[in-house]
Design a protein around this ligand. Structure first.
Ligand code: PEP
Ligand code: MG
Length: 883
């Protein structure tokens, strides 16, 4: 078996395509060598050795040693040096490199091969003893730390002490003699602490470092990281051994990192930093302030430190040429590491660079325009979830953050405002033109007006599907939920957290993208929906199969969704239309009436409002499909709670408060989400379905006249588990259609369908489809009923469940494809088998989640429906799923 792959001198045994075997770093070093770029020669020990090492009691394959020796000889031949030689020693770096870059693993050992005998040779070769001893002490510290497990602080203490005693301020003030004294102390420390001297044999050093890389693959940190990122344990890591080049050989040497385009803005301009006379880790260590690579960047930053462009023009010219070449070759923005040794440029790494959502978008669109990638590739290059950042104001990354607490990132975007603790206060403040953040322990349907009025919502209790989270996402408002460290005292109108106290009126900022709560107002960046964003969306639309609709019931939401490109409404939750002002009183009146007559009286009050609502929605959607769901209120959300509310309804109904209190008490359910809701209410109180159907048909007639385009409403019955439920409700709808047609002389085309949100409905989808013309999977309830986990109470244990690895993701956020997904498959198959052309969609929160959308494509759904602000995400995710 070939365990070792060499590179350097314009050729390599590997290629970029061999990432699985050579790891990302090794594969790209090989590729750069093949391209003839200046890469210090070296070799890669394959990931298969790591797998062998783990399965063979931490030992190596027999042939490995000989292959490593041969590869070392080859590196020596290319460099004209020899490993361990005391007159012209070869020094190497040892680095880990898995398929994907992975924190938690051993990173780098530099200057390996130095010992008491090779260090004078290095001093002579470099003509600089100070440099040689400085390199040696760095090596001892680094090797002792990462290979032998001796904390680097102990070394830093020795150095500090030495500097104090000898009056040296900076490391650069130390002479070669000084460093020799420090080295003696370092070696003594190793021997004291570990009971063995620092290894002098270069081969022992090398195998120590190789072993440390492989052992680090099994370190606790690396294992945790792999678990969190779905990286299989058997991928293993490779080890890269490479001839050292020195960026710290004087003023004509340097080291740096660069991106071929700006990773935070995406601007097409070389972006990076470097340090003169420094070694790799100095740039990231932040001890010295790095200098800009280009003049343009230096001027923009207002820095007076020399740019690389000015300091080393020749190396700079060569470097920019290589950057262009690599970007063109890899067809993506590259993240590079380089070193300049005595004026000569060496490339140490290239890889696709990490970038912000903003940059990803700009780079993808511009590269497609440049002809470097296709529009399909551009569509695939942008992470749909990251688009979220672009659709909302976000905190300026350069702004300072005074974070006082962190909750769940429940609804993205950031907002600042004065603290208010009640929804009424929020509304008053808004009316007075003030910006507020509504801060509550939790929210309920009674807070809708306050949530509308506030810039953002902060709660101290509740998860990602809590009322606050769901409603805020629907409104596109930032929300941080479950910030448990905050203590709210409604009585004194204060908020305390770890000794700090904030009062009503104090300004805070919430970041619903990260879950942070910050004190004061923080600078924001506004979203940009035109330009590149619009172009990428156009390309996405050209490639997607599924339609994207929105969940919306208010005109504002419907308009916003159309602006985001929604192709219709997939879910209009009519109960959400009933929370406001006088309406809630009429709804309560209806629910609390003991007779059909009483209910009809209340419904008569609601009819004109509903008709107006639907007319407006149809007008906004201009002939696009609109799915209206009949009333689905968990009763507890509508019952009056306070004495005031009870008195208000009692007065309207002309009954005694006491009677009403009793009635409300009787209607109280132990388990409202599994109680008298959905079609169960419509079956037992069919007059509700009649009123809503009338409002829909009359609204369709009205909107048809004003817009000139015919409206085809889709009427959706919620929570059906038994075919007979749907039959009963459908009969009322059909009868009402006839009645309205007769009254108006206009026949409305319409469809009746159902939500599929109970396991039984999935299993009996065949017979339900005999009555239903479409299905919409209500995956919020379907998840709740499949798992038997309450949507509203799950936060307290789903968090721990995820941390303990019981479940990977919150199933209310990302669809449980194995369990809930299997039920959806069954429902889709059985439904379509019974009715050819049955229209299938999804309208649970999952309809806006990219991973769930991929699943929907695989089941062949016709559309996904999601909250307005997720529409662009869904458009992109649907395109990626189809490509
Ligand atoms: C669902 O259950 O997935 C759904 C969309 O309905 P709701 O969230 O209103 O119960
Ligand atoms: Mg539901």
């Amino acid at each position: 078996t070939k365990w070792v792959f060499g590179f350097g001198d314009g050729k390599a045994e590997g290629t970029a395509g061999m990432r699985n075997l050579l790891g990302g770093k090794g594969a790209n070093l090989a590729e750069m060598s093949n391209l003839g770029l200046p890469v210090p020669p070296g070799f890669t020990i394959t990931t298969e050795v790591c797998t062998w090492f783990d399965s063979h009691d931490k030992t190596y394959p027999d042939e490995l040693r000989a292959q490593v020796d041969a590869a070392l000889d080859e590196v020596g031949r290319i460099t004209g040096r020899r490993f361990g030689d005391t007159s012209n020693p070869l020094l190497v770096s040892v680095r880990s490199g898995a398929r994907v870059s992975m924190p938690g693993m051993m990173d780098t050992v530099l200057n390996l091969g130095l010992n008491d005998e090779t260090v004078p040779a290095l001093a002579a070769a470099a003509g600089d003893p100070r440099f040689a001893y400085d390199s040696y002490r760095r090596f001892i510290q680094m090797y002792s730390d990462v290979v032998m497990g001796l904390d680097h602080h102990a070394f830093e203490e020795i150095l500090e002490e030495f500097k104090n005693e000898h009056g040296r301020d900076l490391d650069t003030d130390l002479t070669a003699d000084d460093w020799q004294q420090v080295i003696a102390s370092y070696k003594a420390l190793v021997e004291d602490e570990l009971g063995t001297p620092f290894p002098q044999d270069p081969h022992e050093q090398l195998w120590g470092a190789i072993g440390a890389v492989f052992l680090s693959w099994e370190s606790a940190r690396a294992i945790t990281y792999r678990r969190l990122h779905d990286i299989p344990n058997d991928w293993g890591t490779a080890v890269n051994v490479q001839a050292m080049v020195f960026g710290n050989m004087g003023e004509d040497s340097a080291t740096g990192v660069a991106f071929t385009r700006n990773p935070s803005t995406g601007e097409k301009a070389l972006y990076g930093e470097f340090l003169i006379n420094a070694q790799g880790e100095d740039v990231v260590a932040g001890i010295r302030t790095p200098q800009d690579i280009t003049e343009a960047a230096r001027i923009a930053a207002g820095s007076d430190a020399l740019s690389l462009e000015k300091a080393m023009p020749e190396a700079f010219a060569q470097f920019t040429e290589i950057c262009d070449r690599l970007e063109g070759h890899y067809r993506d923005m590259q993240d590079l590491e380089f070193t300049i040794e005595r004026g000569r440029l060496w490339m140490l790494q290239t890889r696709s660079g990490k970038r912000t959502a903003r940059a990803a978008l700009k780079i993808a669109v511009e590269m497609a325009d440049e002809g470097l990638i296709t529009t399909e590739e551009a569509v695939m290059r942008v992470d749909p979830a990251a688009l979220d950042q672009l659709l909302h104001p976000m905190i300026d990354p350069a702004a300072e953050r005074d974070v006082i607490a962190t909750g769940l990132p429940a609804s993205p975007g950031a907002a600042s405002g004065a603290i208010v603790f009640s929804s009424d206060e929020a509304e008053e403040a808004k009316a007075a033109g003030r910006k507020v953040i509504l801060v509550r322990v939790e929210t309920s349907p009674e807070d809708i007006h306050g949530m509308h009025a506030a810039e953002g919502i902060l709660t101290t209790r509740g998860g990602m599907t809590s009322h606050a989270a769901v409603v805020a996402r629907g409104m596109g408002k930032p929300c941080v939920s479950g910030a448990g460290a905050l203590r709210i005292d409604y009585r004194t109108a204060t908020l305390t957290v770890s000794g700090r106290k904030l009062a009503k009126g104090d300004v805070i900022t919430i970041d619903g993208t990260t879950g942070q709560v910050l004190v004061g107002e923080v600078a924001m960046l506004q979203p940009e929906m035109s330009g590149e964003f619009a172009r990428l969306m156009e390309w996405a639309d050209a490639h997607r199969r599924m339609a994207v609709r929105t969940n919306a019931e208010t005109p504002a939401d419907a308009r916003a969704a159309r602006g985001f490109g929604a192709e219709g409404i997939g879910l209009c939750r009519t109960e959400h239309m009933f929370f406001e002002g006088e309406r809630i009183v009429a709804v309560r009146e209806m629910i609390l009436s003991e007779t059909e007559q009483g209910r009809r009286a209340a419904l008569d009050k609601l009819l004109p409002m509903q008709r107006g609502d639907f007319t407006e929605l149809f007008e906004i959607m201009q002939g696009l499909p609109v799915t209206i769901r009949l009333l689905d209120p968990p009763l507890h959300e509508f019952l009056p709670h306070s004495e005031e509310e009870i008195a208000e309804v009692a007065a309207v109904m002309g009954v005694d408060s006491e009677v009403l209190r009793q009635r409300a008490h009787d209607l109280n359910e132990f388990n409202p989400m599994l109680g008298h809701r959905g079609c169960r209410l419509l079956v037992t109180y069919p007059e509700i379905a009649e009123m809503q159907a009338r409002a829909i048909f009359e609204g369709a007639v009205a909107a048809g006249k004003t817009t000139g385009s015919p409206v085809t409403p889709e009427i959706m019955v919620p929570l059906v588990g038994v075919k007979a439920e749907l039959d009963l409700v459908r009969a009322r709808i059909d009868a009402m259609a006839k009645a309205v047609a007769q009254e108006t002389g206009i026949t409305i085309d319409y469809q009746v369908g159902t939500m599929i949100e109970l396991p039984r409905a999935c299993l009996r989808a065949g017979e339900i489809a005999e009555t239903a013309e479409f299905f919409s999977f209500g995956t919020n309830d379907l998840t709740q009923t499949t798992f038997g986990i309450s949507r509203d109470d799950a936060a307290s244990f789903l968090g721990p469940y995820q941390r303990m690895g019981v479940i990977e993701r919150d199933p209310f956020v990302s669809l449980d494809q194995e369990g809930v997904g299997e039920l959806i498959r069954i429902g889709a198959e059985r439904g379509r088998a019974a009715r050819a052309g049955l229209k299938l969609g999804i309208c649970g929160e999952h309809g806006g989640d990219p991973a769930s959308i991929t699943f929907c494509e695989s089941v062949g759904l016709d559309y996904v429906s999601c909250s307005p602000f997720r529409v662009p995400i869904a458009r992109l995710a649907a395109a990626q799923a189809a490509l």
